[in-house]
Design a protein around this ligand. Structure first.
Ligand SMILES: NC(=O)C1=CN([C@@H]2O[C@H](COP(=O)(O)OP(=O)(O)OC[C@H]3O[C@@H](n4cnc5c(N)ncnc54)[C@H](O)[C@@H]3O)[C@@H](O)[C@H]2O)C=CC1
Ligand SMILES: C[N+](C)(C)CCCC(=O)O
Length: 507
């Protein structure tokens, strides 16, 4: 039975600890992509609102000399992060439902995302606390009359610009470490899915987060994201989204020599060797790698390379498994493939498939709207073969449930094909041979390598890419460092004069 949809809360912009109508009074419709119906609206912020949000964050960073937030101990901030995590858990089913209504992802996935959100706030609460004991560690110097240590300090006010594929989770990957570090923040979620991020504002009010520590402004990229990225009082921008927008954010930030971290697109390979014992295990990971979240995952393993000896068997099983996926209204129990996020994304994916066909690739399975679903932006799981490396489907990120499969005959050919991309986010190897796994771990140019799996993600481990997939690492201790700046403190501890200059003669 499908869960009953509920009212979508009507929210303002979350600025300075309270709700505010957007300065120009405009709002954006929220469309449920699984039904194509409008279910609510969100405020559309513009540069005027960005100004207010940045000012609120600046004031919160400096308030009382930072005693209550930016200069407070990590333990103080950890309490707030834990309180947020507790509220997320308490409201998990409401939040998951909103996430599904807003994005079209299966409810089971949205529930898992909310678990990950709570776990991420808890993890950074732990790191914030542990951090207190790690400050001011002495640095060994070659001169005894000096003592030095490094002080890690919050970088300041941060602008966090996030995408629609995991709306609250991708926001949390930035908000939790930024707050743990002592920064104050302005979050700009994607206009295609902002509902749960606004609910995070409601949670901040409930737990009494000091006003202005987190501000949340919804709105369009050029109207709300761009003024945030270029704002002179924003000390750092952390961005997740498309490579094109990432370039714009980096260009804007460069004008003020503002640091950025960028988590961008991908076209990640999954390489399946012929030494495996169980082909179905490999097929299931391959499916999870491209059909989870409808393939709208930056790290999706959207290019499968399979050894020629097992290619036929692998493809037969992949098609058999793909036929078996439950595609339905994402609220229906057991749904494993919901709708894609928007009409724009739906049209874009269909265009990718028709271009692949026109370029001579074979649509082995899928490629169309499932016949039993007349409304909503649904696309069948799609498997494409006979792909050459010059085709668009091989080169460009689709961000949909579309995978291309290519055969290889030698390990070096597999490596060459895997690295034949401008992207470098992730890569996977499925093999029983530890030496193959070891060699490919080194050879694949990517920030994340999965061995005998695809996509598992742990908050403790670093996440991020190379090449045009961006730079900087989120999650783990690396995630906290993203929001810190390092200050060198060096003390002269001798009563002796330094003695470089001749002292003037005493009269
Ligand atoms: N790496 C990833 O996780 C993601 C990749 N994508 C890729 O990007 C494609 C387009 O999706 P979009 O939602 O349009 O992604 P996008 O990159 O345009 O949007 C991401 C965020 O950037 C904001 N933004 C847009 N223009 C901006 C600007 N000039 N300055 C500052 N912020 C700006 C958006 O409002 C949103 O919050 C997808 O089809 C997919 O291929 C999309 C979302 C996530
Ligand atoms: C690890 N996962 C799949 C939950 C999130 C991937 C991050 C992204 O798509 O930007």
């Amino acid at each position: 039975m499908a869960a009953a949809p509920r009212d979508v809360p009507r929210r303002g912009l979350f600025i300075g600890g309270g709700w505010r109508e957007p300065s120009l009074g405009r709002r954006l419709p929220v469309v449920n992509p699984a039904t194509e119906t409008t279910i609510g609206d969100v405020p559309a912020a513009t540069a005027e609102d960005v100004e207010l949000a940045v000012a609120a964050a600046r004031e919160a960073f400096r308030r009382d000399g930072g005693r209550h937030w930016s200069c407070a101990s990590g333990a103080v901030r950890a309490k707030f992060l834990r309180a947020i995590a507790a509220k997320i858990k308490e409201k998990k089913s409401d939040l998951a439902l909103l996430e599904t209504l807003d994005s079209g992802k299966p409810l089971d996935e949205a529930n898992a995302d909310m678990d990950d959100v709570a776990a991420c706030f808890e993890y950074y609460a732990d790191l914030a606390e542990a951090f207190d004991g790690k400050q001011r560690l002495p640095i060994s110097l070659p001169m005894e009359n000096f003592k030095s240590y490094a002080l890690k300090e919050p970088i300041g006010v941060v602008g966090l610009i996030t995408p629609w594929n995991y709306p609250l989770l991708m926001a949390t990957w930035k908000v939790a470490p930024a707050l743990a570090a002592g920064c104050t923040a302005v979050l700009k979620p994607s206009e295609l899915a902002s509902l749960t991020c606004l609910e995070l504002g409601a949670i901040c009010i409930e737990i009494g987060l000091p006003p202005g520590v987190l501000n949340i402004i919804t709105g369009l990229g050029p109207e709300a994201g761009a003024p945030l990225a270029s704002h002179p009082h924003v000390d750092k921008v952390a961005f997740t989204g498309s490579t094109e927008t990432g370039k714009r954010v980096m260009t804007a930030a460069a004008q003020m020599v503002k640091p950025v971290s960028l988590e961008l697109g991908g076209k990640s390979p999954l390489i399946v060797f012929d030494d495996i014992d169980n082909i179905d295990n490999a097929v299931e990971w391959a499916m999870f790698g491209i059909f989870a979240n409808g393939g709208q995952v930056c790290s999706a393993t959207s290019r499968i390379l399979v050894h020629e000896k097992i290619a036929k068997q692998f493809l037969d099983r992949l098609v058999a498994w793909a036929k078996h996926i439950k595609i339905s209204d994402p609220l229906e129990e057991g749904c494993r493939l919901g709708s894609v996020v928007s009409e724009g994304q739906y049209e874009k994916i269909k265009k990718f498939i028709s271009t692949a066909r026109n370029e001579g690739a074979t649509i082995l399975y899928g490629g169309a709207r499932p016949q039993h679903l007349r409304r909503g932006f649904f696309i069948e799981p799609t498997i494409i073969t006979d792909v050459s490396t010059s085709m668009q489907i091989w080169r460009e990120e689709v961000f949909g449930p579309v995978v291309c499969v290519k055969e290889f005959s030698t390990e070096s050919e597999a490596v060459e094909l895997a690295n034949d991309t401008h992207y470098g986010l992730a890569g996977g190897v499925i093999s029983n041979d530890p030496e193959i796994c070891e060699r490919l771990t080194k050879a694949i140019q990517a920030g994340i390598i999965w061995i005998n799996c695809s996509q598992p993600c742990f908050v403790q481990a670093p996440w991020g890419g190379n090449k045009r997939s961006g730079f900087g690492r989120e999650l783990g201790e690396w995630g906290l460092d993203n929001y810190m700046t390092v200050k060198q403190v060096t003390k002269y501890c001798s009563d002796e004069p330094w003695g470089w200059y001749q002292p003037p003669s005493k009269l």
